[in-house]
Design a protein around this ligand. Structure first.
Ligand SMILES: *Cc1c(COP(=O)(O)O)cnc(C)c1O
Length: 387
């Protein structure tokens, strides 16, 4: 963040130089990971911290589309990342830059997925990691961090308390806090989602992208990534509308958007969508601006709708998402019903985390159909099938 105006800092590239050397063929012959876009990312090759994040499947979702009244719906499945969320993208960039700057200790404030990703990438790079999380995270996210051997600090407070603490710690210790002092680099990793979507659609931008919002950073970088592809001549243009999704229990950005406000009033989160539970979102203002500029919309959904969204995605497409994915699917339903996402639009829903991370969210709706003794008679009478 800029110390004078408090706006997020941006990484600057030599776009003329990139435009003259970067071609679709150069990208297509690169690694099958986010690092095929290294020309548009910070960090030098020799410092790269890479577990193979990115280049995740983009697949048509016709059955979910039919359920939502959308004829050309796609799912970008970022559950297929090394630690099963989109956060591997931002962390791969952040740790690469941290290593280049000579840091030996990395750190973060996390709502869970970032903790998993930092712990795994730090282990792979042989770096020490200090990871700060709210103490009431989902068990899978605690275990899925601690297993990689970082210093894991559970803080009795909300994510916003953890984040404030980390700003203080970052002033005292010479550590690379991926989402505090090296945040501008970290945020660049999110652009690769936009790059991949365009490439996977045959170098065409989609009509609409629906993104989950925590800090709002990911959403802003979808627009930035598509804009950059136009700047360097890899896309002829784009008219992609971008829409944002939150959980009603922590919806400071969508609340401000729907009220037509510019500025965001912080809230105290109370939702099962813990990965999105940032009450004071750093990039919220910019997310609102990106959505307004592209003609998209925003909405938020109750925890009940989140669970229904997870179930609907799983039953129609065979993709099990964590709560953030439920937020996206349920919000997409509302945006479709409101006519904001239109039936004929080529729409991409970003599914950013795996269902195994939030098993408890669906424990009540995902149970055995029947429990029987090991006998044919019991099965036949319970199943009530015609023989
Ligand atoms: C962090 C996260 C996001 C988005 O985060 P932003 O802070 O808005 O960039 C989305 N989905 C999941 C699962 C996440 O962990």
């Amino acid at each position: 963040m800029c110390e004078f105006c408090f706006a997020p800092l941006e990484v600057v590239y030599d776009y003329d130089g990139i435009r003259s050397r970067l071609t679709r063929e150069r990208i297509e012959s690169g690694p099958r990971s986010m690092w095929r876009y290294t020309d548009l990312l910070p960090g030098l090759d020799e410092h790269r911290v890479d577990l193979g994040a990115g280049f995740t499947p983009l697949r048509p979702a016709p059955r979910l589309g039919a359920a939502l009244g959308l004829r050309d719906l796609w799912i970008k499945n970022d559950t297929a990342n090394p630690t099963h969320s989109f956060k591997d993208r931002v962390v791969s960039v952040a740790l690469t830059v941290a290593r280049e700057f000579g840091y030996t200790v990395v750190a973060c404030a996390s709502t869970g997925n970032l903790a998993n990703a930092v712990a795994a990438h730090a282990a792979n790079a042989g770096m020490d990691a200090y990871i700060f999380v709210p103490y009431d995270l989902e068990p899978a996210k605690i275990v899925g961090t601690a297993v990689y051997g970082p210093k894991l600090v559970a803080v009795k407070g909300t994510y916003d308390d953890v984040n404030r603490l980390c700003s203080e710690i970052a002033g005292e210790y010479p550590w690379a806090f991926v989402n505090v002092n090296i945040r501008p680099y970290y945020a660049e990793g999110s652009k690769t989602l936009a790059f991949e979507i365009a490439e996977q659609l045959g170098w065409h931008a989609p009509d609409h992208v629906v993104a989950p919002m925590a800090s709002g950073s990911l959403l802003t970088k979808i627009k930035r990534g598509l804009d950059e592809l136009v700047t360097v001549g890899l896309l002829d243009g784009h008219a992609t509308r971008i829409s944002g999704a939150q959980a009603t229990g922590c919806a400071p950005i969508s609340t401000a958007f729907k009220a037509g406000a510019e500025h965001i009033r912080p809230v105290r989160p109370d939702t099962i969508a813990k990965s999105l539970a940032i009450g004071n979102p750093a990039d919220g203002y910019y997310a609102i601006r990106a959505v307004r500029e592209t003609g998209g919309g925003m909405d938020d959904v109750t925890d009940r709708e989140v669970v229904e969204g997870i179930g609907l995605l799983a039953r129609t497409e065979g993709v099990w998402a964590e709560t953030a994915g439920g937020v996206v699917v349920a919000t997409l339903k509302k945006l479709s019903e409101a006519g904001i996402v239109r039936p004929e639009e080529r729409t991409v829903a970003l599914i950013t985390g795996d269902g195994l991370k939030t098993v408890d969210a669906v424990a009540d709706i995902a149970r055995p159909t029947m429990t029987i003794g090991p006998s044919l008679d019991e099965f036949a009478s319970s199943a009530n099938l015609d023989g």
